[in-house]
Write a protein that binds this ligand. Structure first.
Ligand code: ADP
Length: 448
């Protein structure tokens, strides 16, 4: 097993990884920008190395700074968390060139899945149904129009190397293709360093359902059930739950088996998530995330497994040690992402937390680096906490979530807790009756 791990991230996920390491008796090295000198993951780590100024490109995205810190601190491995360098195949390869372990999949698998066209092709060949769309990249606006005419409107233009719900545009008819193509190319170039685009049929009322997998270096693969992440704003997840209220046991088993088959065929290792759109009983693959996801705790809560610990064990060469029949699902879990944003306008609200009180009690988990007196810096993602609640069933989970949201005190800045509280009492949400467009419509309706 490893003696020392460097955590190449910040905020709640750095703390999450640190906690798993500490339970395993592994020393931790935090890296941080000057904006995070006072952060909880820095305070709690065994060692901390300042790697640069506040802008992420000069610190959390600086490969040379992170590799230097790893070398100086003498770590065995690097955990990238999510975001930042977690899906950067070149970084993963450089970590290995430095004779360190990258806690995640192989650089080749990260590269493959980072190219969404190649990923769809690989998964389709491995027996997974994919969202209908263009076969390869769109050559130009003319090609895009021809493809859209064949696929049928509405279509979605997407960035091949996109992520985080950005670089996507819905096109309703042929007259709008040219402008959408140009705009998305520019946006993708700026955000992802590649303007390459592809196209998919824009599904009218799907749910976003994703399957969590865990695979070791020796061909053992299990799935840990699904998460329903349909509640999204601007293609970004806000609330996630497991299991999905939309699936029955047979569907769950069937998609789980197919995912396991594909993962085995690919020879993939570590954690991974296959994301699908689910409509009219059909699953269509959209992408695979080759990292730990923000919403992984809902899976942990219903499986009783520590996904970070499993990632670390696998990376250190340990066998998975259990099979599918030993994965037991229990109860229901829901996660609310809490962002430092105005709950009506979604304007970011960084600043000082004057008073802080996290909810607790049976079935309540809070993943957050917040404390009274902490100042949320303006430079990074606005996610400041995740409230995850487990109950024996969905109804108990909802009752507990309402109670926990009511207890949560984060004074001094705006958070979207009031929005979550409103959502908890919406009949459609309570009934589990929602698709990927539902939340956006709810937010738009509230504005008028
Ligand atoms: P990203 O990597 O940026 O998160 P995804 O391909 O995972 O991009 O898509 C993010 C979200 O966008 C999905 O969860 C879904 O809500 C929406 N979306 C993506 N593809 C389609 C599609 N073909 N039709 C309708 N909605 C889609």
């Amino acid at each position: 097993m490893f003696d020392k791990i460097l955590i190449a991230n910040r905020g709640e996920i750095a703390l999450r990884i640190l906690r798993a390491c500490r339970e395993m008796g592994i020393q931790t090295v935090a890296v941080h920008s000057t904006a995070d000198n006072d952060a909880m993951h820095v305070r709690l780590a065994d060692e901390a190395v300042c790697i640069g100024p506040p802008p992420a490109k000069d610190s959390y995205l600086s490969v040379s700074a992170i590799l230097s810190a790893a070398t100086i601190a003498g770590v065995d491995a690097i955990h990238p968390g999510y975001g930042f360098l977690s899906e950067n195949a070149d970084f993963a390869a450089m970590v290995e060139e430095h004779k360190l372990k990258f806690i995640g999949p192989s650089p080749d698998h990260i590269r493959l899945m980072g190219d969404k066209i190649a990923a769809k092709k690989a998964l389709s060949e491995a027996g997974i149904p994919v969202v209908p769309g263009s076969d390869g990249p769109l050559k130009d606006a003319e090609d895009a129009r021809a493809q859209a005419d064949t696929i049928g409107y509405p279509v979605l233009i997407k960035a091949t190397h996109g992520g985080g719900g950005r670089g996507m545009k819905v096109v309703e008819d042929s007259s709008a293709v040219g402008e959408a193509f140009d705009l998305t190319t520019a946006e993708a170039e700026a955000a992802f360093g590649s303007g390459e685009l592809y196209m998919e049929k824009f599904l009218a009322r799907p749910r976003h359902i994703e399957v969590q997998v865990l695979a070791d270096n020796y061909g053992a693969v299990v799935h840990l059930g699904e998460r329903d992440c349909s509640l999204q704003r601007r293609h970004q997840k806000l609330i996630e739950e497991a299991p999905s209220p939309a699936l029955n046991q047979m569907e769950r088993q069937s998609i789980g088996d197919r995912v396991i088959g594909a993962v085995k065929k690919l020879g993939y290792r570590s954690v991974g998530t296959m994301e699908f759109l689910y409509e009219d009983g059909e699953f269509c693959f959209i992408e695979m995330n080759t990292r730990l996801q923000v919403e992984h705790p809902v899976t942990e809560m219903i499986c009783g497994l520590d996904l970070v610990r499993e990632m670390i064990r696998i990376s250190a060469g340990a066998p998975l040690g259990f099979g599918q029949s030993e994965v037991r699902f229990s109860g229901h879990a829901i996660e609310c992402r809490i962002a430092a944003e105005n709950p009506d306008t979604f304007t970011p609200s960084p600043g000082r937390v004057d008073d802080y009180h996290a909810p607790g009690g049976l079935g309540v988990r809070v993943d957050s680096g917040l404390f009274s007196g902490y100042t949320v810096p303006p430079y990074y993602d606005s996610l400041i906490a995740k409230l995850i609640v487990h109950g024996a069933n969905r109804n108990e989970c909802l009752m507990r979530l309402r109670r926990a949201l009511g207890e949560y005190v984060i004074d001094g800045l705006d958070t979207i807790i009031p929005l979550h509280q409103r959502l908890m009492n919406e009949a459609d949400f309570v009934d589990g009756n929602y698709d990927i467009h539902w939340l956006q419509k709810f937010v738009d309706k509230e504005k008028t």
